[in-house]
Design a protein around this ligand. Structure first.
Ligand SMILES: [Mg+2]
Length: 308
């Protein structure tokens, strides 16, 4: 159901005018994280370890036409650097970036040592005491390389469209393509990857003005979060026996992040969707923009500064 329809259904229930609306099963409306910050602050102060996981594009860094020009706002970068410094060497805060970009790309782009970086939707993860590459993704890499070479040739006829090689996967960007040519770009991609998809090597999924071409492996950002949390030994505060009580927060802005929200929420943690209230999400919390993600990081920094 469209978010706007949900809003009117809720207000109808509240006004008591249309009792039949109560029959409708509505997903939970995400709460604005900053509107309930005092409660969030209490939760953060009450746990032994905070596992702060964030997507990069559209979450930490605003979306731009050329993905190679995406940068975090200066305040966000500063907040991350200070958070890292405040919580070293005691690992009472783990900061990780989980992105569709390659591991090399995101770690160079963020440029902060000691963070956890997960590239290619978490098919590769690197961080303090953690090194992981999905074995099946390595096997399929040859197929990814072949498709990339063919896409480079085939996309040349579409101005503005280009393929990005991310090691274990590819992204075809069409943000710079004229609207009336987008369908033709998708057609070209479809034809080019058809064989690799048919033999079960690759899958194509939509992204923001992009197509993601990934190894056909049941692995998403949610799997990556589950693997990271298991490796850290983080447990919900009420788990028995508690290994290390912790709170997982995952921030994301796009469809692939929904699996991340679910995984974070399954651990008793929080999914935080970055976007407008009109967009549908399973996350329990919401922020308007990457700027508000930066603002939230500053607020978290204040909590850790007080306890330092
Ligand atoms: Mg994103």
């Amino acid at each position: 159901m469209h978010r706007q329809a949900l809003v009117s259904a809720h207000s109808s229930i509240n006004s008591g005018k249309y009792t039949t609306f109560q029959q409708v099963t509505c997903p939970i409306m995400p709460k604005h994280l900053l509107a309930v910050w005092p409660q969030i602050q209490q939760s953060l102060q009450g746990v032994g370890q905070v596992v702060l996981l964030l997507d990069y594009d559209g979450t930490l860094a605003p979306i731009v036409d050329r993905p190679d020009l995406a940068r975090m706002p200066r305040q966000t970068q500063e907040a991350l650097v200070e958070l890292k410094a405040l919580t070293s060497p005691e690992p009472d805060l783990v900061i990780g970036i989980i992105t569709a970009r390659s591991l090399e790309d995101v770690s160079a782009r963020v440029g902060i040592d000691g963070l956890l970086y997960a590239g290619n939707h978490g098919l590769e993860i690197r961080g303090p005491n953690l090194e992981f590459v999905h074995a099946k993704a390595l096997k399929i890499k040859g197929s990814v390389d072949q498709v990339y070479l063919r896409l480079k040739e085939e996309l040349a006829i579409h101005p503005g469209a280009f393929a990005e090689h991310k090691g274990l996967s590819l992204t075809v960007h069409y943000r710079l393509v004229d609207d009336e040519r987008v369908a033709a770009v998708k057609d070209t991609v479809d034809k080019t990857v058809r064989t690799a998809v048919a033999i079960g090597d690759l899958v194509v999924s939509p992204g923001k003005m992009a197509l993601e071409i990934r190894p056909n492996i049941a692995w998403d950002k949610g799997s990556a979060i589950t693997a990271i949390v298991a490796a850290l030994g983080t447990q919900p505060p009420d788990s028995n026996p508690p290994v290390r009580d912790g709170l997982v927060m995952y921030f994301g802005d796009d469809l692939p992040d929904e699996a991340g929200f679910a995984a974070a929420q399954d651990t008793g943690g929080m999914g935080i969707f970055v976007g407008t209230s009109e967009q549908s999400t399973s996350a329990h919390y919401r922020l308007d923009s990457p700027q508000q993600v930066g603002q939230t990081l500053h607020l978290i920094r204040q909590i850790f500064r007080q306890s330092a």
